[in-house]
Structure formats: C-alpha cells, structure tokens
Design a protein around this ligand. Structure first.
Ligand SMILES: *Cc1c(COP(=O)(O)O)cnc(C)c1O
Length: 411
C-alpha cells in the first residue's frame, strides 16, 4: 500500500489524515479496530503487510503511531535547524509506560538524569523510586533557570535532561532551544514531556529536542475515556554515550522499537483507536481550551480572594514572553493560590461545573488540589507544591458557565 505524503500539510490535515488512508479492502474511511492478536502467514515468514503478532505491531496502533509522528513533525518549511528528519511514533498503554520504555532504552546503571523540580509526580516517582534502585541517579533543578540546569549536569554521567514545559502544576516555562544546547554540550538527550502543550501548541523537535513524550490520556485523547502514552523520535538521533541496544541498535528510535516489543507495554487496538479519534480534533479543542482559560485567568486575577494566578498567558507570568515565542497559544491549564489550604479545599468542594478529579485535558473542566491529590507522592521532596494551590483544567464548555461556577465557589 502506498501512503500519501502529508509532510507539507498543515497540522490539522496531518492529524486527521496521516497514517489513516481509507481501508484498501472495504474503503472504510476510519481505520478499523483490529482486534486480533495474530496474523495468517502465507507460508512460513510470508507476512501480509509486515504484521506477525500484535505486541510487535497492530494496524490500529500503526495508524496512531504514524499520526503521532506526523503531528510532532514540523512542516518542512517551519524547520529552523537542519534537514527534515523522518519522525517515528510509538504508542504505549500509558504515559508512564512510554517513559519507562524510553528510559530503559537510553540509560544504564551509573547514568544520571536532570529533571524539573516540579516534574509531574509520576515521572519523578518513576525516575527516583523505580530507576533509582537500578543505579540511576537524578537531580531535580529549576529548569526555567539555565544556570541551574547547567549546574545540575554531572559531566560524563548525565545522559538525559528531562523537561516539562509548561510544568505541572506550577506552569513554569523552560527554553527548549537553550536546554537542547545545554544537554547536547553534555552529551545528553533533551527529552520534552509535551503533554500540557500538545503538538498543536508546541513543536519541541523543531526547537532542538531529541525525544517528545506524551501522556495521550490528557489532551491528545481529549475526552477522559482512555489512558495512553506516546513517544516521537526523529530517525538518526544516536543513543547517548555511544550506547548500543541489546539488539545492536545505535539510534534512540531503533532502541525504543526494540524495548517496546521486548517489554510489551503497548497500546491495545481499542485504546489506540480512541486516541486516534481524539487527535483529529486536537487543534480545534486546544484553540477553545486556550480561549476559555485566558478568560478564566483574567477573572481569577481580578478576584479579591485569589492571591496569585499562574497562567503563562498573563503578562505577570515570568515565562510569558518565552511562552509567546515557543508556543502557538497558552493552553488550558491554570493554577491559583487562595492563601490557605482550608480555602483551597473549600474551592475544590464547592465547584459544580468543574468536577473534582485528577487528570486533565478532557473536554470537561476539572478542579483539583495538587498537594493532596496529583502531587501527594512528592510531599516532603524537592517537588512539594504549596498547600493553598488549586489547579484547573479548563474545558471547552461555555466560558460564562465556568466563570459563574468559580464565582460561587469563591464566594
Ligand atoms: C499524566 C501525565 C503523565 C503520565 O501519564 P499517564 O498516562 O497517567 O501514565 C506524564 N506527564 C504528564 C505531564 C502528565 O500530566
């Protein structure tokens, strides 16, 4: 089957079409959910289309992986650095499964990771408490500060600089291009967790990053109905420190492919299908999330009971100018402080349109208390968050209803 080349198409065209040619047998416009574990061979080794066993590859997952790769591939005309590279996508059963597979592929005992001092709690737990006992060290640092990032590097041992931008839940903005230089000077990879920004709002590979990580559970899936993760890796990025994968691979993409199959935390076909459906509407949803969040942030900023609003779209945010350069818009996440833990818990208890729940990025608005919920696992560590902090995932409902809800919850 020959696939149309969508490289030069715009973001939404790629998200809707890449890897999703109509089914050659039936003409089905949408890739079917291939609920099969195995594939008939025409004679031993005679694979039809390369499929052998669904841990290794499944056509629904292939469609998602191609679409993710296309979404994270900047159109060639937008590329500022180097030749356009072929980007490869990999889909996993969760964001953490994607992270786990990547870290196993690129690290070995004795290596060191630099990560943000307000990283997603689960990423921190994975690096500190799962990889730690296997001999991987880490240093949390404020990666919005380049000098702090450089100081956290352990020469010869740092193999990964892990950055989230915006961070969760403090929405810090880090300079991807500058951090790529810091990482590369140290012989390390720059890995960007692009979950909050999404490939529509931010293209880390165009800015010099080596690997993009997603929890597709969030904005890419977009409907709070599926857990998943993804990696996007340009072909030709070498493993750090001259490492060779167990199968002899020397590039990150090949090593990830080996580990994805060898460890097996793959996305199932129905999960892949739901995620693919979400990806098609990512751009329109992100425009609306961003527009609603800007209005909600303005409302909170003017509210007497709110002591601080953290939103990169506000001129008062220290990363505002950088976010403007690096992102298409500012996204749907807002954090704000209300002076005491009791007041924060009270807001969380009183909203009606904003549902009290962990997670983010769905069409519906959510509210949570990071200190007791998403970030409870980092209490007492360098990643602890203020106890009067409330985090909003602003959905795509009518914004007047969202503001009225916060108004009554803060009264
Ligand atoms: C949720 C999240 C993850 C982990 O993804 P799961 O799909 O929950 O495993 C990683 N990074 C960020 C920024 C997240 O929000």
């Amino acid at each position: 089957m020959t696939h149309h080349d969508w490289t030069h198409a715009g973001f939404s065209t790629r998200a809707i079409h890449a890897g999703q040619d109509p089914d050659p047998t039936t003409g089905a416009v949408i890739p079917p959910v291939y609920l099969t574990s195995t594939y008939k061979q025409d004679g031993v080794g005679g694979l039809r289309g390369g499929y052998e066993y669904s841990r290794s590859a499944n056509p629904t997952r292939t469609a998602l992986e191609s679409a993710i790769a296309a979404a994270e591939t900047p159109p060639t005309t937008d590329r500022t650095v180097g030749e356009p590279a072929q980007v490869r996508g990999f889909a996993f059963s969760s964001g953490l499964a994607a992270e786990d597979t990547l870290l196993r592929a690129v690290l070995r005992p004795g290596d060191h990771v630099v990560l943000p001092d307000d990283a997603y709690g689960g990423s921190y737990r994975l690096i500190a408490r799962v990889f730690g006992p296997w001999g991987i060290d880490h240093t949390p640092a404020d990666l919005t500060d380049l000098a702090a990032a450089e100081a956290a590097i352990v020469p010869g041992r740092t193999k990964v600089v892990w950055v989230e931008t915006p961070t969760n839940p403090l929405l810090g903005i880090s300079d991807i291009t500058a951090l790529a230089e810091v990482a590369h000077a140290a012989g390390a990879l720059l890995v960007v967790d692009n979950t909050f920004a999404t490939p529509y709002l931010q293209q880390p590979l165009a800015l010099g990053a080596d690997v993009v990580v997603h929890s597709t559970t969030k904005y890419v899936g977009g409907h709070s109905d599926v857990v998943g993760g993804a990696l996007a890796v340009p072909d030709g990025v070498s493993l750090p420190g001259g490492l060779e994968a167990p199968d002899g691979s020397t590039t990150v993409a090949d090593a990830v492919m080996f580990h994805q199959n060898a460890s097996g935390a793959v996305a199932g076909p129905f999960d892949a299908w739901l995620t693919l459906r979400g990806l098609k509407t990512l751009a329109v949803r992100m425009d609306r999330h961003s527009r609603n969040a800007a209005r909600v942030a303005e409302f909170l900023d003017a509210h007497p009971r709110v002591t601080q609003v953290i939103y990169p779209g506000l001129a008062s945010h220290p990363g505002h100018e950088l976010a403007k350069r690096q992102m298409r818009d500012f996204g749907g996440m807002i954090s704000f402080r209300v002076g005491s833990e009791a007041a924060a818990l009270d807001v969380c208890a009183r909203t009606r349109v904003f549902t009290l729940a962990e997670s983010l990025g769905g069409v519906e608005s959510l509210v949570e208390h990071p200190g007791r919920m998403t970030h409870a696992s980092v209490a007492g560590s360098a990643l602890e968050v203020p106890d009067d902090l409330v985090r909003l995932s602003v959905g795509i409902e009518d914004v007047d209803d969202l503001i009225a809800d916060l108004e009554q919850a803060l009264r």
